[in-house]
Design a protein around this ligand. Structure first.
Ligand code: PLP
Length: 393
C-alpha cells in the first residue's frame, strides 16, 4: 500500500540531502567540537557552518543561534530562562491556543504562584490585540505568543504584537515551530526577542531545535552545564543533527516559494473539493492568515478518530483535533478555545502537506473521503437526529 502522508505538522520526512550530510558525523568525524586537537576542530568548523546557515535562514546573526534538543526545550528555555532573569516580576502572558510546550509551562507557572494571563481567540482563532494591550502591566515578565497554530495553521500578527509588547519594554518570545519553513522569517526586521524552531518540522531529524536569542536579551541558561553555546545551553553538541539542521534550513529557504505557490494551491484544491463534495463540513480558522500547507476541517456528526482509522486503512495519514483525556475523546483545547461547536469539533481532521505531496495524492483523498464520511454518518445517531430535525427523513 502506498503511503500518502499529510501529517507534516506532526513531523516531516528527513530530506535525503539532510541524511547524506549527517552520515559522516556518525562514523569518521566523531570528534567533540570542544576538543583542542585538530580532530575536534574540524567538527567545530562544521558546527559553525551549520550555525551560519540557520542564522541566514532566520535573518539572524550566528551568535544569536542556540542549538537545543527540540522545540519543546527551546520554548521551555525561553520562558524559564527569562523568568529566572527577572525574579521580581511575576506575571506571564500567553494565549489559550499554544502547543503543550508552552501551554503546560503556563499551567506549571500558575501552580508556582505566577499570575498567568491566557489571551482568548475568536471563532476564527484570531487574537484580540486590545485584550493584549490591557493585560500588560509593570509586573509582566514575558509575553509568549505562537507564530502559527499547529492545528489550524492560523498565523498571528507577530510583528504587531511585538510593537505593542516592546513599547512597554517587555521581553517577547514566539514559538515559530510551525511557521519556520512555511513562511518567511527575518529577525533583522523583527520585534521578536526570542524564537523557537524544531528540526523535525522542516525535514531535519527529530531531536534538534533552535532558540534564537536576540543580542542583548537577558537570559539565564535552562540546561546548566558546560560552556557550550556560549554558556547559554550546557551539553555536548549533537553534531550530526546540527549539521543536518543546517542543510534543512538551506533547503527550506530554497523551497519557500514552492511552499507558498504549489503546496498552497494543492491545499486549496483539496479544501475546495472537500467542501464541494461533502455537506455539513466547515474549515476551522482564519482562511486568509493561515499557513500555506494546513487545513483543519470539521465533518459534522461524525468522530474524527473513526475517519482517521478508515483513511489510515487506505494508506492516508492525517491527524484529528481531539485528545484522549481520561478515556473520553475531548475536542482539542484549540478548537474549544475557538468555540467550535461540539458536533463539529469531534469530527475535525487536520491535513498538513509538504513539498513531497502531489496532485495525484489529493485526488486519491478526494475520491475516498466522501464515501468514508457517508459511511460513518449512516451509522451516526446524531446525523439521523439532524436529518429528522431538518425534515430530511
Ligand atoms: N510548538 C509547536 C507549535 C509544535 O507544533 C510542536 C510540535 O508539534 C512543538 C512546539 C514541540 O516541538 P518538538 O516536538 O520538537 O519538541
Amino acid at each position: 500500500m502506498k503511503t500518502i502522508y499529510l501529517d507534516n505538522n506532526a513531523t516531516t520526512k528527513v530530506a535525503p540531502e539532510v541524511v547524506e550530510v549527517m552520515l559522516p558525523y556518525f562514523s569518521e568525524l566523531y570528534g567533540n567540537p570542544s576538543s583542542m586537537h585538530f580532530f575536534g576542530g574540524q567538527v567545530q568548523r562544521k558546527v559553525d557552518e551549520a550555525r551560519a546557515k540557520v542564522a541566514d535562514f532566520l535573518g539572524a546573526e550566528p551568535s544569536e543561534i542556540v542549538f537545543t534538543s527540540c522545540g519543546t526545550e527551546s520554548d521551555n528555555a525561553a520562558i524559564l530562562g527569562t523568568l529566572d532573569s527577572y525574579p521580581e516580576k511575576r506575571h506571564f502572558i500567553t494565549t489559550r491556543v499554544e502547543h503543550p510546550a508552552v501551554n503546560n509551562v503556563s499551567t506549571y507557572l500558575a501552580r508556582k504562584g505566577y499570575r498567568v494571563t491566557e489571551l482568548s481567540v475568536d471563532r476564527e482563532g484570531r487574537l484580540d490585540l486590545d485584550e493584549l494591550r490591557e493585560s500588560l502591566t509593570d509586573e509582566t515578565v514575558l509575553v509568549s505568543v505562537m507564530y502559527a497554530n499547529n492545528e489550524t495553521g492560523v498565523i498571528f500578527p507577530i510583528e504587531e504584537i511585538g510593537e505593542i509588547v516592546k513599547a512597554r519594554g517587555i521581553p517577547f518570545h514566539t514559538d515559530a515551530v510551525q511557521a519556520a519553513g512555511k513562511i518567511s522569517l527575518n529577525m533583522k526586521k523583527s520585534k521578536v526577542d526570542m524564537l523557537s524552531i524544531s528540526g523535525h518540522k522542516l525535514h531535519a531529524p527529530k531531536g534538534i531545535g533552535v532558540l534564537y536569542i536576540r543580542k542583548g536579551t537577558k537570559f539565564s541558561p535552562f540546561l546548566i552545564g558546560g560552556h557550550q553555546e556560549k554558556g547559554r545551553r550546557g551539553g555536548t553538541e549533537n553534531v550530526p543533527y546540527i549539521v543536518g539542521l543546517g542543510k534543512a534550513c538551506e533547503l527550506a529557504k530554497a523551497h519557500l516559494d514552492e511552499e507558498n505557490t504549489r503546496i498552497k494551491a494543492l491545499r486549496d484544491y483539496l479544501e475546495a473539493k472537500i467542501l464541494e463534495k461533502i455537506p455539513n463540513t466547515l474549515v476551522n480558522g482564519d482562511r486568509l492568515n493561515r499557513l500555506p500547507n494546513t487545513v483543519s476541517v470539521s465533518f459534522e456528526y461524525v468522530e474524527g478518530e473513526s475517519i482517521l482509522l478508515l483513511l489510515s486503512d487506505l494508506g492516508i495519514c492525517a491527524s484529528s483535533g481531539s485528545a484522549c483525556t481520561s478515556g473520553s475523546l475531548e475536542p482539542s483545547h484549540v478548537l474549544r478555545a475557538m468555540g467550535v461547536p461540539f458536533t463539529a469539533a469531534h469530527g475535525s481532521i487536520r491535513f498538513s502537506l509538504s513539498i513531497y505531496n502531489t496532485k495525484e495524492e489529493m485526488d486519491y483523498i478526494i475520491e475516498h473521503l466522501p464515501p468514508i464520511i457517508q459511511r460513518l454518518r449512516d451509522i451516526s445517531p446524531f446525523w439521523k437526529d439532524y436529518l429528522k430535525v431538518q425534515g430530511k427523513t
